[in-house]
Write a protein that binds this ligand. Structure first.
Ligand SMILES: [Ca+2]
Length: 351
């Protein structure tokens, strides 16, 4: 029988009094710990569910709320290598959707546990970092980092983001892949190291949706090296929406200090965005509700608590055109509407 225990609920995942939706739950398990992330908190438990620590993301990272509440946490436990560690990534941003650039902030917060079984979420048990998530600063396409995806190779820790314009927060600009030297990052029991970092932008083309939401592989065993390639790490992606192209990316030679990234495209069976999941015990399709809401009426309006129209492009990867076609009717508010930190609407709809 699997071990089952309750995770964070919405009140316990609140961050400085703000309750988020959707939760974006993410989980990692080490030999003796379970680390759950949600919008917008972390909880460390034993593997049978005894709660060891709960902290909101800003407190965990030591991030001032001046630049916003942290969101989109991703948690991963890396078992590959001599120093198994938990990795946490979360985002922060302010200054979007205005014409002022001086208020633009995008930070990417990263934490690495200092053992495989950390005692708590206190800063003594973690090495914490934060880097500038902005790209193309000073141009029309100055952007903030969204939607992190994380993974590892033998000697690399990778996280990829989709970048969106500050001035138009739904306008996708580029995907960016950041690669850190994991061998150095994880050798942190005695002290928190300075970590060699590298950054790649796989496409030079603005708004290139064939390079969108790159997912680093989460390697449990070491991918093979071969002549010219030491310790490769891989990422995969599809073209946003419906298609039959599968993109495979490789980062290699991280330890050399001069890694490279390449990609190729394979053709396979066609795909679309998966349907939403029914919620146990009722007939509410929460993701469908968001989908229908985001797509109604047509393709450019998202319903929100303040009826603020928001273009759908940024969240469209979570949407399905087929589902949206079903949504061409007046939305019915089931349990009201809420807005999360970054202004997205979450609206309950009855089917
Ligand atoms: Ca701004």
């Amino acid at each position: 029988m699997p071990t089952v225990f309750a995770g964070l609920d919405r009140p316990s995942a609140a961050n400085n009094g703000f309750v988020f939706s959707p939760p974006d739950t993410t989980l990692g398990k080490s030999p003796n710990r379970v680390l759950e992330g949600a919008n917008s908190a972390l909880r460390l438990s034993t593997t049978v569910g005894a709660i060891l620590d709960t902290k909101d993301l800003n407190t965990f990272f030591g991030a001032s709320t001046t630049n916003g509440l942290l969101f989109d946490p991703k948690v991963y436990f890396d078992r590959l290598g001599p120093n198994p560690r938990f990795y946490v990534v979360a985002l922060q941003r302010i200054g979007i959707d205005d014409t002022t650039s001086t208020n633009d902030v995008s930070r990417i917060w990263v934490a690495v546990s200092r053992s495989g079984d950390p005692a708590s979420l206190a800063s003594t048990n973690w090495c914490r970092y934060n880097i500038d998530g902005r790209r193309n600063v000073g141009t029309l396409n100055s952007s903030w980092a969204d939607y992190p995806e994380i993974g590892v190779g033998s000697d690399s820790f990778l996280f990829a983001t989709n970048q969106f314009r500050f001035t138009d927060s739904n306008f996708f600009t580029f995907s960016v892949v950041r690669v850190w030297n994991k061998t150095i990052a994880s050798d942190n029991a005695a002290s928190c190291p300075s970590i060699p970092r590298f950054r790649f932008q796989p496409s030079p083309t603005l708004g290139h949706f064939s390079t969108f939401t790159l997912q680093p592989a989460q390697q449990y065993t070491a991918p093979s090296s071969f002549p010219g390639t030491a310790n490769p790490a891989y990422l995969v992606s599809t073209t946003r929406g419906t298609g039959n192209a599968y993109h495979v990316w490789r980062v290699r030679n991280v330890a050399s200090g001069s890694p490279t990234m390449e990609g190729l495209t394979l053709t396979g069976r066609s795909y679309g965005i998966p349907p939403p999941s029914p919620q146990p015990g009722n007939s509410i399709f929460i993701e469908r509700a968001i989908i229908e809401c985001s797509r109604y009426p047509g393709s450019v309006t998202r319903w929100s608590g303040s009826s603020r129209p928001v273009a759908t492009s940024r969240r469209e990867q979570r949407t399905s055109r087929a589902q949206c076609a079903e949504g061409e009717r007046e939305p019915e508010f089931l349990w009201g509407s809420e807005r999360d930190l970054i202004g997205d609407a979450v609206v309950g709809l009855r089917r």
